[in-house]
Design a protein around this ligand. Sequence first.
Ligand code: CP
Length: 327
Amino acid sequence: MNINKKDILGIAELSREEITTILDTAAVMKKIIQGDNKKTNYLRGKTVLILFYENSTRTRVSFELAAKYMGADTININVSASSVAKGETLVDTGKTLNSMGADVIVIRHGMSGAPHLLAKHVNASVINAGDGMHEHPTQALLDMFTIREYYKTLNGLKVAIIGDIFHSRVARSNIIGLVEMGAKPVIFGPSTLMPSEIEKMGAEIAPTINDAIREADVVMGLRMQLERQKSALFPSKSEYAKFFGINHANLSLAKKHSLWMHPGPVNRGVEMTSGVIDGINSVINEQVTNGVAVRMALLYLLAGRESCRDVKQRANIISLPVQEVYV
Ligand code: CP
């Protein structure tokens, strides 16, 4: 199984089979990063450029680590110190990077659709690392990977997604992916932060936080995106925590071994209590680790195959014992 794509722009463009291929490949990559020697050669001779127009810790660093572990040359472009600050357009910046021989450009941008525009103008593969309020496909893939590791499947699971749904590209990508994989996303948040017609994507809106969490297999908090809110959409952080926060009391309604997730960065004591963030069922740190594995898998599937000289490696990485992955 392969993914015949130049770019990864959104979960909406991925079939169930393609998502499964990415998650299966990430499982191999996770074994690699858990070993003593994290370095492979799959992207030797390839160049990965990381172009972030918005702040990031997890996504930016994990893409950089993933590219390094795959043996690629990688450059992190500081947008504020680049010619973007002199007024260069996204397309011109992209064409410039393409002309320098970029094989993959990873982009985060505040405008929905920016990665799609870039992808049309460059030969390099483009990976969307978050575009405005639209999609964050690699976050949803790492979330689905994390859930699948515990439950072995996504099919039939109830996944409660709580918080600022309106501004959340993480929620959008997760809803699309979870529905495609047969899970049941149930969402809850302030009515001022609930997009109209979200049910058309396959999510159920719960009337209360308790209804959302009751019997859930997974409870996922979302970051409050104050930077995207043009006006105050809820009274205060303490009110938010009281009525929309995830805590041990409402989590007692979830299934006994439910997973507690958050894409980060988390506002402690607002979206989730500290006890939940650091609690026994929290997999927030595992999500971060899995982010590296998923991004390694995507780089491999987009740019790595042709660079694998060993025929066995080229045939199918997933069927190989881990030690044979090293070159
Ligand atoms: N989850 C996420 O996208 O985090 P960063 O903003 O730190 O990349």
